[in-house]
Design a protein around this ligand. Structure first.
Ligand code: FES
Length: 101
């Protein structure tokens, strides 16, 4: 059974930016692109760079450390890079953002 937790208001997340919230066992980066919100473990699969400080564009975030591109939808590195970071389901209700932990 999913456990939905309210983490912030939608307006707290800047367009093409991120906000970091505390998960159960890790920090979670919430990204906003248009009307979409994505939630990923705030840790690059390469060497742990903070994805929340990366640049968001076209459904992906570029890690600020070495430039790996990570898909916001599935957390997978874009080929030819390899690796994957954990993603979390997101729900928006009455302007509030919930994630499933
Ligand atoms: S730590 Fe993210 S690309 Fe190296």
């Amino acid at each position: 059974m999913e456990n939905w937790i309210k983490v912030c208001e939608l307006e707290d997340i800047p367009q093409l930016g991120a906000r970091v919230v505390k998960g159960k066992s890790c920090e979670i980066a919430l990204f906003r692109e248009g009307d979409r919100i994505y939630a990923l473990h705030d840790k690059c699969p390469h060497k742990g760079g903070p994805l929340s400080q990366g640049i968001v564009s076209k459904g992906r975030v570029t890690c600020p450390l070495h430039g790996m591109n990570i898909g916001l939808e599935d957390g997978r590195a874009i080929s030819p890079d390899e690796g994957c970071t954990e993603t979390f389901s997101v729900r928006i209700e009455e302007g509030a953002v919930y994630i499933s932990l």
